[in-house]
Write a protein that binds this ligand. Structure first.
Ligand SMILES: O=C(O)CCC(=O)C(=O)O
Length: 278
């Protein structure tokens, strides 16, 4: 399984990430990573390492499974976080010479799942502030808009807006009533005021997005194709802790390790360095 990126991240890709807030990067993970991590992610639905959320409504023939912090309990996820090319990709797109790990999150939508991923941006979910927090969302199955692929509002990271954090199960602990609910942008697909980005993806392709990029998905309309994606968040640069954020999101060990508002957390156990330039 490859540790280093398989081809350089280009200046054009960095500019695209900065301008659009999201970019699809292909061909950076070898087949062994893709096959191995698909198995690891699928078995997580059985062994349940990490912290789970799910949508399993009676009126939904599918099932939406979300797990976070698997890497704290499962060596295979830890190995991916620390030793796959994901951190280097994030680092280079953010023009950072070093990134730390924030958390990993798994999203599985069974065939026929009606539950969307509601339109949102990520920063309001987290006790963090800053621009240099990139999510690397890796497709482990074929993904298209029909199978609940992500759609982004191009350039929305520059609006400097925080929208209410809506978890898949709509946990009220996350919702800051002082924030605006994110508009339902699928109703704006024909509106020329917005441009939307989405990609058909093969296993091993990744989308990297900015913490303020607005994104969401529709249902998984396939009757046969499960959609599996692994999202890892890395930070550096201007990222700082924000204890006062109203969110149900807790980072195991963070406060005990001395994370304080306005300062980048640098505890090497809770937030290990995953990649740095040599
Ligand atoms: O995969 C999904 O449905 C949601 C992913 C997402 O919102 C994220 O990784 O930030």
């Amino acid at each position: 399984m490859n540790r280093d990126i398989m081809q350089p991240i280009t200046d054009e890709q960095i500019t695209q990430y900065e301008e659009d807030g999201a970019i699809c990067i292909r061909g950076q993970f070898d087949a062994e990573w893709c096959e191995h991590m698909l198995k690891v992610c699928e078995s997580n639905m059985e062994n349940r390492a990490g912290r789970q959320r799910e949508v399993d409504n009676d009126d939904d023939p599918g099932y939406f499974y979300v797990s976070s912090y698997m890497s704290r309990q499962d060596k295979d996820f830890e190995d991916y976080v620390l030793n796959s090319p994901a951190a280097e990709i994030a680092s280079r797109l953010m023009r950072q010479d070093k990134v730390r790990f924030f958390y990993d999150q798994l999203f599985i939508k069974e065939p026929g799942t009606l539950a969307p991923t509601q339109w949102h941006n990520d920063l309001p979910f987290w006790p963090f502030d800053g621009n240099h927090i990139a999510s690397v969302w890796m497709a482990l199955t074929p993904v298209s808009m029909a199978t609940s692929g992500l759609v982004y509002v191009k350039g929305s990271h520059k609006w400097n807006k925080l929208f209410q954090a809506i978890t898949p199960d709509e946990d009220p602990a996350f919702i800051d009533e002082n924030m605006e609910r994110c508009p339902e942008f699928h109703k704006e697909f024909d509106n020329p005021d917005y441009e939307f980005l989405s990609w058909d993806m093969a296993p091993g392709d990744v989308i990297v997005h900015h913490p303020l990029a607005v994104h969401g998905t529709g249902k998984n309309s396939s009757t046969t194709q499960r959609r599996v994606a692994l999202s890892c968040r890395f930070y550096g640069g201007d990222a700082t802790w924000l204890q006062e954020r109203k969110t149900g999101f807790t980072v195991p060990g963070a406060v005990e390790s001395g994370a304080v508002t306005g300062v980048m957390p640098t505890d090497d156990t809770v937030f290990p360095v995953c990649w740095q330039a040599s």
